[in-house]
Design a protein around this ligand. Structure first.
Ligand SMILES: C[S@@+](CC[C@H](N)C(=O)[O-])C[C@H]1O[C@@H](n2cnc3c(N)ncnc32)[C@H](O)[C@@H]1O
Length: 279
């Protein structure tokens, strides 16, 4: 996808370098596109990213499975929160649902610093409901015992959210981590790059001064993801959602950059419930 040489570096180093441009590098999965043909006078993005488009319905489904109230609010833990793109959404008041704590975990201190800053600029809301308390934790899912603060969060989450992170982890590690963080019957909302896209591209960016950088990245077929989840006690609830890019998307739902993905499945996501974990 680039003529520049690709340089493979540890994932933590990748995000340390990528953080500064991560939110503005035109990635179709997580960044809104600016499509000037639609609204020529606007100089800001005019469409939702693919991941942003699906997240609200996945969260609504998940919240219906994890009832909460003011007397029994829930904790949400986000695995691989990145720059807080979704963390900030969890802090908005939600009708009929009470979130007490949001724990944002990530491998990269540079990405977490951006998440903290993003969450500190929450617009004030018209309701008097207090926002959830949000805490940020450096964490490596490959070495959970090195992070005692995160170990203290185990078994506390009603919901674990993890968007576009699975590609960096072994399947077993991903589901074991989600299972440890969740309560019995807790719910996991996960999204990932589709295998068809993953075979053509890895998580990485073009450092304009030097070369393309990418980190550790695994390509997973949906079937394998579902099987690996089941081995740890997770069952898909409802449908596994998938999204590909068609010719009609270019200039409508994705910008011109989306042209290279026409005919390719790029995204999948679902809600899974953890069954059989003891309280
Ligand atoms: C593609 S970004 C997604 C960020 C965010 N969830 C989003 O959707 O915008 C992947 C994130 O996973 C984090 N990550 C990668 N490997 C990890 C690991 N072993 N443990 C915890 N987080 C990890 C990275 O630091 C990065 O912030």
């Amino acid at each position: 996808m680039t003529s520049k040489p690709i340089h493979s570096i540890p994932t933590k180093d990748l995000y340390a370098r990528w953080a500064k441009v991560y939110d503005s590098d035109g990635n179709i999965l997580r960044e809104p596109s600016y499509i000037p043909q639609l609204f020529p006078s606007l100089l800001r993005p005019t469409t939702e990213s693919i991941d942003d488009h699906f997240l609200p319905s996945l969260l609504t489904q998940a919240f219906s499975l994890v009832p909460s109230s003011s007397s029994s609010p829930i904790t949400i833990t986000e695995l691989g929160a990145g720059t807080g793109r979704n963390t900030v959404k969890l802090l908005q008041p939600r009708e009929g649902f009470k979130i007490e704590n949001v724990n944002a975990l990530d491998l990269s201190p540079e990405m977490l610093a951006l998440a903290k800053s993003r969450c500190s600029f929450l617009p004030s809301t018209s309701t008097s409901a207090p926002s959830p308390k949000v805490d940020f934790y450096e964490f490596d899912a490959f070495q959970p015992s090195s992070f005692p603060d995160v170990q203290a969060l185990e078994g506390k989450a009603g919901l674990v959210l993890s968007t576009l992170v699975l590609e960096h982890l072994r399947l077993k590690i991903f589901f074991e981590t989600a299972k440890r963080l969740l309560k019995a019957n807790g719910v996991l909302v996960m999204t990932n790059m589709h295998a068809d896209m993953g075979r053509l591209s890895r998580a990485g960016f073009i450092d304009t001064d030097t070369v393309g950088e990418c980190g550790d990245s695994f390509v997973y077929e949906i079937k394998k993801v579902v099987e690996a989840g089941r081995e740890e006690g997770f069952e898909v609830i409802g449908k596994m959602l998938q999204r590909g890019i068609g010719e009609g998307d270019v200039g409508v739902t994705v910008g011109e950059r989306g042209v290279k993905w026409v005919g390719v499945s790029v995204w999948f996501g679902c809600v899974m419930r953890l069954e059989g974990k003891e309280e």
